[in-house]
Design a protein around this ligand. Structure first.
Ligand code: ZN
Length: 76
């Protein structure tokens, strides 16, 4: 989860939305993680929301948030 460019984040969000059933949302930190993980790699939480609708909503939210937080470094 360390993509260097904002465009990659947007592409990743699109990919998640396209195959939401392969992902789930961590209830601890709202990260989107692979459905295969047993614990969240970010916060080590073990409670997940696996509803595709909620994964899609969260992917859209994260994509929008990351676009708004573009820094000078991102524009280089
Ligand atoms: Zn988490």
């Amino acid at each position: 989860m360390n993509d260097p460019l904002p465009i990659d984040r947007a592409a990743r969000a699109e990919k998640i939305i396209a195959s939401a059933h392969h992902y789930k949302v961590c209830e601890g930190c709202d990260s989107i993680v692979s459905e295969r993980v047993a614990t969240c790699p970010n916060c080590y939480g073990y409670r997940f929301d696996e509803e595709s609708e909620n994964v899609i909503a969260q992917a859209r939210l994260l994509g929008a948030r990351e676009q708004r937080s573009v820094t000078a470094q991102d524009l280089l």
